[in-house]
Design a protein around this ligand. Structure first.
Ligand code: PLP
Length: 412
């Protein structure tokens, strides 16, 4: 050892040699900072006259790869990764809002977004007006009245799968001078590309379908460069940039997204049809069913299907829900979505926990409403488990007719 052990452990192995031939899959650049050759190099990289990296939070190779992929898939000019879906939503809006600015938002929102609007934005004097995004006249009136900076929408709503009329809503936003922002987490760019319908900014929680394996915490915003750049700078300043490993995982997930979505869509449509035929189920909420409010719109906007989410109202309310959930053997209770495996969540206890019973009723989220995130397993095995749950729930029902409802529904 030519140096002391304290120094040897710091220097041993020398500096990284980057192979001249590229690896066949993207390596993970886990470094939090980068080295410079000399002061001239420092000035050039900071000044943008020489390509180079400075510091992890300012952007790093894996984040850039994921962002480039998302921009391409969304057919948008640019995209920026974020630490989570909420970080992406927060940055997309906050970067474009000034004090006193207004938002018109869908009244059917992911719970976290609703909390952000109610607890942070309203207190910071960004007023938020909620509107039924399916009622285009109401949206037009709210835009005319509020003159908002942002129109905030969800492509497919949680949990009842209402389908936003993206082209019409984008036009209304443009006519009123608002930036349209849509959360397309449930849809993914494989099923719909909101930018192609005139939407300005698209946000995703990348831990859902994009990652696809229930192991990613990340988000992304895609849109025109002029709108993305302020969001990128905001994310850097607030420290909510995407982590290197999460970007690596999210990009890996994207490689199988089209295959997974194809299976999610077909399985979800078959599950919806099966549930529709079950006497234990009151209503099934899925755009593939002709009674769904936006059946035709969904067929136009989502020719490949609307993804893996299916909601349904179980007869018998909370007690039936509890029995149903306990009887399942493979479908896990998970308050998230978009994983390869089928999972179920109970909106009243999860996403809509903070929503009053009265508002839940208005939104159509009932005590018996369950949301399935249908996975990519063989359809027969998914239905067998659902059948187990529904059979158990049916035995709880109070008979409605002399022969009894439960008697008509055989156990496994
Ligand atoms: N948008 C939707 C539709 C979601 O379902 C979620 C989370 O479940 C989010 C945004 C927030 O994403 P994240 O949990 O990655 O912050």
């Amino acid at each position: 050892m030519t140096v002391n052990p304290e120094t040897a452990v710091v220097r041993a192995g020398g500096s990284l040699s980057i192979p001249s031939n590229a690896p066949s899959s993207p390596p993970l650049f886990q470094a939090s900072s980068y080295t410079f050759a000399d002061l001239e190099d420092v000035e050039a990289v900071y000044g943008g006259t020489r390509p180079g990296r400075i510091y992890g939070r300012y952007g790093a190779p894996n984040g850039t790869l994921f962002e480039a992929a998302m921009a391409e898939l969304e057919e948008a000019e640019d995209a920026v990764g974020a630490a989570s879906g909420m970080a992406a939503i927060h940055a997309a809006l906050a970067a474009h809002l000034g004090v006193g600015d207004r938002i018109v938002a869908s009244r059917e929102l992911y719970g976290g977004t609703h909390e952000l609007f109610e607890r942070d934005f309203q207190q910071n004097r960004f007023s938020v007006t909620y509107v039924d995004q399916g009622d285009l006249e109401a949206v037009r009136a709210a835009l005319a009245h509020e003159r908002p900076r942002i129109l905030y929408l969800e492509a497919l709503t949680n949990p009842l799968l209402h389908v936003a009329n993206l082209p019409a809503l984008a036009t209304l936003a443009r006519e009123s001078g608002a930036i349209s922002v849509v959360d397309a987490t449930f849809a993914t760019p494989v099923l719909v590309q909101p930018a192609m319908h005139g939407i300005d900014l698209v946000v995703h929680s990348a831990g859902k379908y994009l990652g696809g394996h229930g192991d990613v915490g990340a988000g992304v915003v895609a849109g025109p460069r002029a709108l993305i750049e302020p969001i990128r700078v905001f994310l850097m300043r607030t420290g909510a940039t995407i982590a290197h490993f999460e970007a690596w995982l999210a990009l890996r997930g994207l490689r199988t997204l089209a295959l997974r979505m194809e299976r999610h869509c077909t399985n979800a449509a078959m599950v919806a049809a099966y549930l529709q035929g079950s006497p234990a189920v009151e209503t099934v909420h899925h755009p593939s069913l002709p009674h769904h409010l936006e059946y035709r719109l969904a067929a136009d906007l989502y020719p490949r299907g609307t993804g893996g989410i299916v909601a349904f109202d179980l007869r018998g309310g909370r007690a039936a829900v509890s029995t149903f959930l306990s009887a399942l053997q493979h479908i896990e209770i998970v308050h998230s979505l978009g994983q390869y495996c089928t999972t179920v969540s109970y909106s009243v206890a999860g996403s809509h926990r903070m929503v009053s019973a009265e508002v839940r009723e208005q939104l159509g989220v009932r005590d018996g409403t369950l949301r399935l995130s249908v996975g990519i397993e063989h359809i027969d095995d998914i239905i067998a488990d659902l059948h187990r749950g529904l059979s158990a729930a049916a035995t709880l029902r109070v008979p409605r007719s002399p022969q009894g409802f439960a008697d008509t529904f055989a156990e496994d």
